[in-house]
Design a protein. Sequence first.
Length: 174
Amino acid sequence: MATRIEKVRAKRQALDAQAREVEEMRNSKIKHYTDAIKHLAPRLKEMMEVADEMVMNKISFGGQWLSHGIPHGDNFETNGIKHGVGFVFQYEKGWGRSLNHRLGVIGVGIEGGGCCGKSLVVSKDGDIVVNPLDKVIGTWTYDDAFHDFIGKAESFLKGFDAFESRFYDYVDNL
């Protein structure tokens, strides 16, 4: 018959094994999505080169869209209201999101928008440069960040082809 101390130690070992399994599963999912996004690098690079050329030439990215009668960013810019795949631009400091104050394209991503989690931004090289997993602070736990990352990565991968197609269709019809 096992002693109480042996039972406590056995329980600790079981809990540690379970925690390792969860961590391995999470790391596997993170690697899967990171690799799938990295695989898009050639397409991202080409798209961002076209987008940077549009910024340099002050060409609109499809006009602004309205929400409750209020104009927002261009149709191909990600934002914290729609949370769709879009370009992430760098702007001059002190200015809002304006065509005339864009400096360039930082990446393609999905803006979180506060209550909808953190943002995910991917560079032209397919590297995730803004990642919900890097935003574990205060009451935002790693568990929250993990689920936010998985959701954003899935949405990014599911929405990328349609975004790319719409963008090139727009550019081809300028």
